[in-house]
Design a protein around this ligand. Structure first.
Ligand code: THU
Length: 128
């Protein structure tokens, strides 16, 4: 059930700092133990220094002492089925498995679920 992940991403998206793109994004991760960690995008006046919602959620997960991603959900206020950028796919892959589900949403809930392997085929990794 992804309703709890969706609610966490919605709440995180409200905290988005995106005055430059005006494109708020929220992301939520369920860890192997079942805990949910969420995050929003955080932009910067020096544009390349901003980062994505998925990256914030990963940082929260690591600070919570966990390092296993079981499920990811991403939500954007102004785009249905927003999908993690290439850099975030690589960051997710550090802590997830090829079959880890990534949920894409509209404003009501999940509309498509892809696996990490579908989003990042032949990705780079140094360990199993
Ligand atoms: N963004 C995310 O936070 N996650 C995504 O999956 C796509 C893009 C952010 C980065 C930037 O703050 C804004 O959306 C516009 O690109």
């Amino acid at each position: 059930m992804s309703a709890d992940l969706f609610a966490a991403a919605q709440a995180a998206m409200k905290n988005s700092h995106s005055p430059y793109s005006k494109f708020p994004v929220g992301a939520a991760i369920r860890t192997g133990s079942g805990t949910i960690h969420a995050g929003c995008n955080v932009e910067n006046a020096s544009y390349p220094e901003g980062w994505c919602a998925e990256t914030s959620a990963i940082a929260h997960m690591i600070m919570g002492g966990e390092a296993e991603i079981a499920e990811v959900l991403v939500l954007a206020e102004k785009m249905d089925k927003v999908s993690p950028c290439g850099g975030c796919r690589q960051r997710i892959s550090e802590f997830a498995a090829p079959d880890t589900p990534i949920h894409l949403c509209d404003q009501k809930g999940v509309v498509q679920t892809l696996t990490l392997a579908q989003l990042l085929p032949a990705g780079f990794g140094l360990h199993d």
